[in-house]
Design a protein around this ligand. Structure first.
Ligand SMILES: [Zn+2]
Length: 214
């Protein structure tokens, strides 16, 4: 399996092209189709997976689906985000209303496309539609978890308690390498400390509120 990272011009979000033999999947869609194509060579794209619906991760998803003739896989919660420029943070420049290219997936659902098996995990917190995808020990976390730190929770649909719980879920996943929505990749060993620090921070903040996290 080969994983290649393409950094977009839209908030430097990452797009990942995952290939195995003659098959490819794409994680996130924040870079123009022409930027992705050279990484696909002669592979057949079997699916596009969206970690969440913020514009810098999803804005070219329909173009990818059309160009490569495949489905877009995401949480059903993504519809609300994609259909509303305020929620997808695009400042009025991007929205999707036609979801006929989408196939909605649930947490813990396993999907096999050619020789690539993807397990989806629901990881709300940064957004209501956030998902992580596990492929052969590689975990794609979008904006839920970064190499250092975690995603923000102050945008519409963000929720600190959900992120606190989602980070615990990620901690329990048997992954080896982490691929984030922005910035460099990481390893489980490094993440054991990062996740602990992020959860401690979220809990400390909550202690100042009427509903402390437990
Ligand atoms: Zn985001």
């Amino acid at each position: 399996m080969q994983i290649e990272r393409i950094v977009s011009n839209h908030l430097d979000s990452n797009v990942f092209v995952v290939t195995k033999d003659s098959i490819a999947i794409i994680v996130d869609a924040g870079a123009e189709v022409d930027k992705i194509k050279p990484f696909l060579r002669d592979k057949k794209v079997e699916g596009i997976f969206l970690t969440h619906g913020h514009y810098d991760h999803a804005m070219f998803a329909l173009q990818y689906a059309k160009e490569f003739g495949c489905k877009i896989f995401a949480s059903a919660n993504i519809m609300k985000t994609l259909a509303n420029p305020e929620i997808n943070c695009s400042d009025g420049t991007f929205e999707i209303e036609d979801f006929s290219s989408f196939s909605f997936i649930k947490g813990n659902q396993e999907l096999t496309l050619g020789k690539i098996t993807v397990t989806a995990f629901e990881t709300k917190g940064h957004s209501e539609c956030s998902m992580c995808f596990l492929v052969d020990g590689n975990l794609f976390t979008g904006d839920t978890l970064f190499r250092q730190g975690m995603g923000r929770t102050d945008l519409i649909g963000g929720n600190a308690e959900d992120l606190y719980n989602s980070l615990a879920k990620i901690d329990s996943i048997a992954f080896e390498k982490l691929y984030c929505g922005h910035g460099d990749s990481s390893f489980k060993g490094e993440q054991l400390l990062n996740i602990k620090a992020c959860r401690r921070y979220l809990k400390a903040l909550s202690l100042r509120t009427e509903h402390p996290l437990t």
